[in-house]
Design a protein around this ligand. Structure first.
Ligand code: VTB
Ligand code: MG
Ligand code: MG
Length: 362
């Protein structure tokens, strides 16, 4: 599709999911974030997660669509709500959508009152979201400057398997910086010890996070966020959600499924045993020992055209403010939402029931 020339043409170019569901998607993540915010700092991550899940599901079930959860809270037998395969929405209308959710990304962060937790989800037309298993995914996430640099410099690319220093040099050149001026976000886990050393040896700066590598991935496409790259293995659901946002924003992700056993340095016997246990489930999704190592790029993770994404911060983020709770259930919430047409919104929503009780601040 040629680039729309005007904002009016851009509005016209929005697909039916963006046009009809994106405004409502904001409410879905807002509601989940507010529910979770009431559990902030209470030390109970399971309960915080549970209320966010329940809230998100209630809101999703109000939407006129035939929705199927593709990335959710786990398999049907272990997750009572928003499990993979669950049908959501009223079932009315002609919109058939695939859905990726993480109602509370960063449950520990919320329970501890630490920065970085969000309620997040994405949608696309049927078949538009990778139906991945619940195992780790290794990944690299970069913003649109790197994509443009690669297009303009054939042969110069980032690779998942390239030495860390090579990838950092490409990102540095794309951003017109020195490697020393880059910041890479990576989960603080023993499985990343070597990668962290390599990033530091290459000269870049590292921001270790105890949890939550999804929104930092989105932040690579937001100038001024101070994050230039995300690396490392995290949840595959989180990677797919990152892919939805980064596709809309013109950046890119390279990923690969990792059998968790391989990543955690267990004995050969234990690894074989766990692989054997996981493979039937993976094979049902078309993932075999032959193709499990294939590189999954942005298009593979989110092949959809009519992609929408929304994330509402629970605790403060790199570019989102936290939920503020006022008296009597009033709240102020900050969301980034976007659609494939290129409409990107930062929404500062203020829900005040009694205007005399709760003053409105700028
Ligand atoms: C990852 C990461 C997430 O949880 O899934 C992580 O992608 C779990 O990793 O952002 P471990 O199994 O090593 O703890 C998050 O940090 C939060 O959901
Ligand atoms: Mg979750
Ligand atoms: Mg999560």
């Amino acid at each position: 599709m040629p680039h729309p020339k005007t904002v009016e043409e851009m509005f016209e170019s929005a697909g039916p999911i963006e046009y009809r569901l994106l405004p409502r998607l904001i409410h879905v993540t807002e509601a989940a974030a507010i529910a979770a915010a009431y559990q902030m700092g209470r030390g109970d991550k399971h309960f915080a997660d549970q209320v966010a899940v329940a809230s998100m599901r209630r809101m999703l079930n109000k939407l006129d669509m035939k929705g199927i959860i593709k990335i959710g809270e786990g398999e049907r037998d272990e997750a009572p709500m928003l499990y993979i395969g669950e049908e959501v929405g009223t079932g009315y209308g002609d919109l058939e959508v695939d859905i990726a959710v993480d109602p509370l990304e960063g449950t520990n962060l919320t329970a501890d009152g630490c920065p970085g937790s969000v309620a997040v989800m994405a949608m696309a037309e049927r078949g538009g979201i990778f139906h991945g298993p619940d195992i780790y995914m290794d990944k690299i996430v970069v913003g649109p400057d790197v994509v443009r640099y690669e297009e303009e410099h054939p042969g110069e690319r980032i690779y998942l398997d390239a030495p860390v220093s090579h990838n950092l040099e490409i990102v540095a050149k794309a951003l017109g910086r020195k490697v020393e001026e880059l910041v890479v976000v990576i989960l603080d886990r023993p499985r990343h010890a070597q990668k962290i050393t390599e990033i530091r040896e290459a000269g870049a700066r590292v921001r270790l996070v105890t949890d939550g590598d999804l929104m930092p991935g989105v932040a690579t496409a937001v100038r001024g966020s101070g994050i230039h790259m995300v690396m490392g293995a995290g949840g595959s659901g989180e990677a797919v959600l990152t892919a939805a946002a980064i596709k809309i924003l013109g950046g890119k992700i390279l990923a690969r499924l990792v059998l968790p056993t391989v990543a955690n340095g267990k004995t050969k016997e234990k690894i074989d045993e766990e692989i054997e246990e996981k493979m039937p489930r993976l094979e049902a999704m078309g993932i075999t020992l032959e193709n499990i190592n294939d590189i999954l790029d942005t298009e593979k993770l989110v092949p959809g055209k009519d992609v929408i994404f929304s994330a509402t911060a629970v605790t403060p983020g790199h570019f989102l403010r936290e939920v503020n709770l006022f008296g009597g259930g009033d709240a102020r919430v900050h969301t980034i939402s976007m659609g494939a047409s290129g409409a990107i919104r930062f929404t500062d929503s203020i829900y005040i029931k009694d205007k005399r009780e709760t003053p409105l601040y700028l």
